[in-house]
Design a protein around this ligand. Structure first.
Ligand code: UDP
Length: 330
């Protein structure tokens, strides 16, 4: 059984990926400082409690577990926070990635799957977004992810590093078995907050802007089920272990959904009202983002299976104590 080092493996996308890795016959070795991750998400292999900036501990973990590949999720990932506390983002995401990549080079661990983001594109000039669209991030979070990709590119040439960088669109939903769920604190993402509003756990959902130039005036995003994302990471690992080329790929559903469509779907499936309050636009929010996923489809055999809105909402709803009738679901 090959070992795969998973930084940030106790987090939302990381833990779902560990489960899929295990099912595919790999042993995920989670390396996580548990700043935002949860120890009880680590169930499919050992947990090394450590920070990616701690080069000694990283080196020790790599020597001990001899992974064939690293999947690098560990990062700070709140766009809003990155604008008010950018040093945290440069520290965790840039200095942290540098420490990890250097340690990988020093220990001869050459295969890296990197968590990147559609935030690297900024406001796209055309839709859907392809990987060769201009990279012009509009917030520190997106810039730190772009720097991560650039570091990898330079390490390929200089140190024979091999990598797949995956640019995620909006991860959503939860494990179909109900073993894992989305647990962010604070929770800022649309789907969990809309479900919290439907469940009465918050007074209302603030809708950030209803005057965008989109069909219903609200922002359009591309929601991808976390299990589809997780499966794509397994494919990326296999791609590298099979000697595949270095690459960058978008990971999304390829479809856009508006804030209003999300609210309508939640109301239809849960038979609850989502109380809303319209607010001004949120700074740095592009009106519409959705992916072209042909690269992932052709190179990684990526095939989203659970990324329809119904499945996303059905799997996310139980976290907030909401029932969704089965017959309504595809
Ligand atoms: N959004 C909203 N209310 C919220 C959270 C998000 O209207 O409480 C909107 C946000 O403006 C964006 C979309 O929902 O257009 C998705 O936001 P989210 O924070 O989930 O992800 P992002 O696209 O920012 O990564």
């Amino acid at each position: 059984m090959d070992n795969i080092l998973v930084t940030g493996g106790a987090g939302y996308i990381g833990s779902h990926t560990c489960k899929q890795l295990y099912k595919a016959g790999y042993m995920p070795v989670v390396y996580d400082n548990l700043a935002t991750g949860h120890e009880d998400n680590v169930r499919w292999g050992p947990l090394v409690h450590g920070d990616i900036r701690d080069r000694d501990q990283l080196r020790h973990a790599i020597k001990r577990w001899q992974p064939q590949c690293v999947i690098h999720f560990a990062a700070s990932a709140y766009v809003g926070e990155s604008t008010v506390d950018p040093r945290k983002y440069y520290n965790n995401n840039v200095a942290g990635s540098l420490a990890l990549l250097d340690t990988c080079v020093d220990t001869n661990l050459r295969n890296v799957v990197f968590s990147s983001s559609c935030a690297t594109y900024g406001i796209p000039s055309k839709l859907p977004i392809t990987e060769d669209s201009p990279l012009a991030p509009i917030n520190p979070y997106g810039r730190t992810k772009l720097i991560g990709e650039m570091m990898l590119q330079d390490y390929v040439d200089a140190y024979r590093m091999r990598y797949v960088a995956l640019r995620y669109f909006n991860a959503a939903g939860a494990d179909l078995d109900g073993e894992l769920r989305e647990k962010h604190d604070p929770e800022t993402h649309l789907i969990p907050r809309a479900l919290m509003a439907a469940a009465g756990r918050i007074d209302m959902l603030k809708v950030f802007g209803d005057d965008y130039e989109t069909p219903d005036g609200t922002c359009i995003r591309d929601y991808i089920h976390v299990m589809d994302l997780a499966q794509a990471h397994v494919s990326a690992v296999e791609h590298l272990l099979d000697g595949g080329k270095n690459m960058v790929a978008n990971l999304g559903s390829g479809q856009g959904a508006s804030v209003k469509q999300i609210i309508d779907t939640i109301e239809r499936l849960t038979h609850r009202r989502v109380p809303v309050q319209c607010e001004p636009r949120r700074a740095g929010d592009p009106p519409a983002l959705y992916s072209d996923v042909h690269t992932a489809t052709s190179e990684l055999k990526f095939m989203p299976r659970f990324s329809d809105l119904e499945t996303i909402i059905r799997t996310a709803a139980p976290t907030f104590g909401l029932e969704v009738a089965h017959e309504l679901v595809a």
